[in-house]
Design a binder for this molecule. Structure first.
Ligand SMILES: [Mn+2]
Length: 169
């Protein structure tokens, strides 16, 4: 994946957002950040470092800090490394216009990964513990809808993931 789509959507002469991935120095885990983005609709952008980009999902509601809460997470274009440091206001008329601020940040340890499911340990300030991201329609490659939720502390193996229609509302 490249960040071509990210670049195409933005006019860097008008927005202060980073243009390229910065070169990462020594790092411990992989980067995890959630940015609160007060755009036309307030949402939270979950970003996970992977293969020199930040994989990104927009969560329309407050990210789950406890188990038992499932949130819709809509996959968005990859963002460049360095975007985790961006805080500020994207100007009116620009893509994603509105205020961006860090809501939570830390690192994550990938535990399981397929094209439609990721399990990871998140080590942030607001979110910590095992989390799951799972695609709602695993077989539909173009579908962007995932669910994001905290896993129970026990029951580590054979995780049965069931969700209902209401979870996506
Ligand atoms: Mn956003």
């Amino acid at each position: 994946m490249s960040i071509k789509e990210y670049k195409e959507k933005r006019d860097f002469s008008k927005t202060q957002e980073p243009k390229e991935s910065k070169t990462m120095g020594e790092s411990k885990g992989l980067l995890y950040v959630i940015q609160r983005h007060d755009a036309s609709h307030l949402h939270f952008d979950l970003r996970l470092e992977e293969d020199d980009v930040l994989k990104s999902w927009a969560i329309p509601k407050l990210p789950p800090q406890e188990e038992g809460i499932k949130r819709l997470a809509i996959q968005t274009e990859d963002h460049p490394l360095g975007y985790e440091d961006f805080e500020g206001t994207i100007p009116e008329g620009q893509y994603g216009a509105g205020k961006v601020e860090t809501w939570d940040r830390g690192e994550y340890i990938p535990l399981e990964k397929t094209s439609s499911k990721r399990i990871m340990e998140i080590r942030g300030k607001k979110l910590h513990g095992r989390y799951c991201l799972i695609k709602l329609k695993a077989k539909e490659q173009e579908d962007k809808n995932w669910l994001f939720f905290k896993l129970k502390e026990k029951n580590e193996k054979n995780i049965q993931i069931k969700f209902k229609e209401k979870d996506t509302k």
